[in-house]
Design a protein around this ligand. Sequence first.
Ligand code: DAT
Length: 172
Amino acid sequence: MLLPNILLTGTPGVGKTTLGKELASRSGLTYINVGDLAREGQLYDGYDEEYDCPILDEDRVVDELENQMSEGGVIVDYHGCDFFPERWFHIVFVLKTDNSILYKRLENRGYNEKKLKDNVQCEIFQVLHEEALASYKEEIVHQLPSNKPEDLEDNINQILKWIEQWVKDHSS
Ligand code: DAT
């Protein structure tokens, strides 16, 4: 059976991992967290002193994922999306969280003042939405609210329906 690939993107803390894991368990698709993949494979290319974090080696991440992506049925989670091949994804979801809620979530993560401010600004200026629109066809890019547990449930149900329809449309 042919299965679609789904990209979940958005500012850190908007709920990509929560949605991705739950969606994978209910749909049977495979969840991949690009941050974890990079950590496990040490797919890094230097260190960012300002942000105190390693720099992703985007080419190696793409090489690492290529085979699995061409098979289909993958949910990819990352706070960036301009370096993935456009052909990989059948649909792209950009999660959105209200600033005050996002601030609290990131504060709970123990982010320092600069990281907090930068990430909340990233959300305010819709950086990831712009990046998704610049990287994929507009008609496959959708924004999803991600503030409360009911949003999570709604998003899962909506995406499950979309997967079901996609599978029907692509079975011969
Ligand atoms: P991300 O993977 O985008 O960094 P996450 O899935 O780790 O985000 O979620 C960050 C925190 O927010 C985590 O404590 C779970 C919570 N959260 C996620 N989605 C939520 C929702 N729809 N309603 C309430 N809390 C949510």
